[in-house]
Design a protein around this ligand. Structure first.
Ligand code: UT7
Length: 331
């Protein structure tokens, strides 16, 4: 295959499980209220997967929708990523489970771990593999069953997350500039502000570890909040600069959906009021799925249209962050 420069999104899809958990429902489980949750986060409800639904099942539904939207067959996919922090199992990868469920038998498949930033990291990685000629058509999925890994006795975290999945099919070519240059970053020195400390090789599964609830997500919310605002605003500016664009040329900004106050703070820093897509009210924070779901919804409801410049930005555990700009070439 010849190396190519332009790589574009040709289809998107998303899926959230049926069950809705409202703030009022949460107030029956932990000491909280709809007023506290909505005023501090902008969230009203989130979707929670059924007991027999794993992350790959959510990813599969989003993948099928993206393939249908792109109008291509699963066998045309030759690269398949799942970005997730809630895999079906440690191994094999959730991507391999999705591959089998959708029949993408010509794809090579792996998971990508960048916590809430995973979808943008996957999009960037897949774009580069296509641009250098290593793959032709990629299916990039962000999928999470967060409800398995959060501590339903910890009101500071359990109210924040939801389950869901989003996906995009990307291919060489397309009108316009497609997926442009990204600005990405990580800072492992701050890992302990947002992590799941137990269950891996550092702190293996044991009765003691489980009694200490170390297998659940832990977060220093205030610290994470501050870094999220600074890093996402910075990354957007860097991505704009790399692509010789100004903020006023961007039709729609789609940030990670973690907290409406984080989004508002970014809007203020960048001066982009009225051009930001949010759905955190309906789904809460679905980690690596959040950006993918928001992008799919923005495309389907007509917020973004062919020829529009769209900026994406993410932040998550690691810390990891990034931003990208794309010219929407799908009609
Ligand atoms: O996707 C990865 C990125 N994740 C994020 O970006 C999340 C970033 N952080 C946040 O969104 C916010 O920090 C939170 C929503 C998690 C918390 O909001 P906050 O305004 O930073 O509140 P806080 O943690 O400083 O807590 C304020 C008070 C505390 O009580 P005291 O110490 O002031 O008496 C908490 O105990 O609110 C209390 N609190 C709650 N009260 C009712 C914490 N959680 C709850 C709750 N309901 N669910």
């Amino acid at each position: 295959m010849e190396p190519t420069r332009t790589v574009s999104i040709i289809g998107t899809g998303s899926y959230v499980p049926e069950k809705v958990l409202t703030n009022q429902d949460l107030a029956k489980i932990v000491d909280t209220s709809d007023e506290w949750i909505h005023s501090r986060t902008g969230m009203r409800e989130r979707h929670i997967a059924a007991a027999d639904q794993a992350t790959s099942d959510l990813g599969t539904e989003a993948a099928k929708a993206a393939l249908a939207d792109a109008g291509i067959d699963a066998e045309e996919i030759d690269l398949l990523f799942v970005a997730t922090l809630s895999p079906d199992m440690f191994f094999p990868s959730t991507a391999c489970f999705v591959q089998d469920k959708i029949g993408a038998k010509n794809a090579f498949c792996y998971d990508l771990g960048a916590a809430c930033s995973g979808f943008l990291y996957s999009l960037e990685t897949a774009k580069n593999q296509i641009a250098c000629g290593a793959a032709k058509t990629a299916l990039v999925i962000g999928a999470e069953k967060m409800s398995t890994f959060i501590d339903w006795e910890d009101r500071s975290t359990c109210i924040l997350f939801g389950d869901g999945a989003g996906a995009a099919v990307i291919q060489a070519g397309g009108e316009g500039r497609g997926i442009m240059q990204a600005a990405m970053g990580s800072d492992g020195s701050l890992a302990n502000l947002l992590w799941t400390p137990g269950g891996g090789s550092r702190n293996p599964i044991s009765h003691e570890m489980i009694d200490q609830r170390q297998h659940y997500l832990k977060m220093q919310g205030r610290e994470v909040f501050k870094h999220a605002v600074v890093r996402m605003a910075e990354a957007v500016n860097q991505a704009l600069e790399k692509n010789n664009l100004r903020a006023d040329e961007i039709k729609c900004f789609i940030p990670h959906q973690a907290n409406i106050r984080i989004i508002d703070a970014i809007v203020k820093r960048l001066g982009i009021a009225g051009r930001v897509y949010t759905n955190v009210e309906k789904y809460a924070n679905t980690s690596s799925a959040a950006l993918a779901i928001a992008m799919d919804e923005a495309a389907k409801d007509g917020t973004i249209q062919q020829g529009d410049l769209v900026a994406l930005t993410v932040f998550g555990g690691g810390f990891t962050w990034g931003a990208n700009v794309l010219e929407w070439s799908k009609s």
